[in-house]
Design a protein around this ligand. Structure first.
Ligand code: TXA
Ligand code: MG
Length: 330
């Protein structure tokens, strides 16, 4: 059996659903990043996810459902605010943290009383969820702490040896993981920024970002996540002035990630431009690709320029900061 199979074939989707029923791991594309899936209600299967990713057991998983109805069947006391957001943003890149029902195994939620739920929009994820007929637990399909995968090939590099099937649905369009949001007293609190922004949410209910550092409101959101193997730094500021402050000697052994322009000065070993036209959505789709590409080139260091801190740019900067393990270059 081929490990990577085109999701265009109906048989592949059927096979994937069968494997899930047998308690096996199946990787599938979502619009954000690729997910490492298992039957969410099968405790042993979910344990395999943690083993394959080498993920600590205190980091809870997101449960994917075909519909809001199927998702909310796993939660209790669903507040009206959650229903409003589900109506507006599902299927899509939004994950809602809600009080869990007992049918959700504790391994899925790392023993928390809440469960993270999401209805993805990617047609292949939807086909698989419909064919399987139940909820699928799936973290991003990378080794723990490493860069999330946006292609089937990325997944093969990280997890090829430990999964039964990788459904290839092309490149993930959004490129950064879903927004994780909890509801507190009728207000939305963003635990992880993503394509659905606080501004988007605030059209429907009051919304704010959770306190940053030291907060364990969302376990697994610690610094040094999404890290490449190459040492990485983030520039304190964007623009040519900040980039040209990197010495020529240093630049020679540096892979640089910029937002929209190649630097006019400085001979960098390689430069990845996230979006030549300065489009944040395009930059997000390119982000993990660029980090993985530069990481493979074996440079001494990677340095990233921050992108405008607005819209999905907030999520991009969050991932860059974490990939750099919080190291800022002034
Ligand atoms: O876009 C995505 O969300 C992707 C695709 C595959 O759906 N999935 C993903 O999963 O990014 P993962 O496991 O890499 O990140 C899930 C994060 C956890 O690290 C944790 O911070 C948060 O979601 N989370 C999960 N359950 C939670 C809970 N009960 N309370 C608070 N945060 C939770
Ligand atoms: Mg992840």
């Amino acid at each position: 059996m081929k490990l990577i199979q085109s999701a265009k074939k109906k048989e592949s989707i059927r096979l994937a659903a069968d494997l899930l029923r047998q308690g096996k791991l199946v990787v599938f594309p979502t619009e954000t990043v690729y997910g490492l899936g298992a039957d969410a209600l099968n405790e042993a299967a979910v344990c395999h996810i943690f083993e394959a990713k080498k993920r600590p057991s205190f980091d809870p998983l997101i449960v994917h459902a075909f519909s809001a109805k199927q998702a909310f069947a796993l939660a209790k006391n669903v507040p009206p605010a959650a229903k409003v957001l589900a109506k507006q943003f599902w299927p899509g890149p939004l994950t809602l943290v809600l009080p869990k029902k007992r049918i959700v195994p504790d391994v899925v939620t790392s023993g928390l009383e809440t469960v993270a739920l999401r209805v993805p929009a990617h047609p292949v994820a939807r086909k698989l969820l419909r064919e399987f007929g139940g909820p699928i637990a799936a973290p991003s399909a990378n080794l723990f702490g490493r860069t999330s995968p946006t292609t089937a090939k990325h997944v093969q590099e990280d997890l090829g040896g430990s999964v039964s099937l990788i459904l290839d649905g092309g490149r993930s369009a959004v490129g950064v993981e879903s927004t994780v949001l909890k509801i507190e007293n009728g207000a939305g609190v963003i635990l992880r920024p993503g394509a659905v922004t606080a501004e988007d949410v605030s059209r429907w209910l009051p919304a704010r970002r959770a306190r940053e550092r030291g907060s364990m409101e969302s376990p697994g959101q610690m610094l040094s996540h999404y890290a490449p193997k190459t040492a990485m730094w983030m520039l304190a500021e964007s623009g040519e002035k900040a980039i040209s402050s990197i010495s020529a000697a240093k630049a020679k052994s540096t892979g640089l990630i910029t937002f929209s322009k190649k630097p006019v000065s400085g001979a960098f070993a390689s430069v990845a431009v996230l979006s030549r036209r300065g489009n944040l959505e395009e930059a997000a789709a390119e982000l993990f690709h660029a980090i993985r590409k530069l990481d493979k080139m074996g440079f001494r260091r990677l340095i990233a320029e921050p992108v405008p801190d607005t819209g999905i740019g907030i999520a991009i900067n969050d991932r860059l900061r974490k990939a750099a393990g919080g190291k800022i270059l002034h």
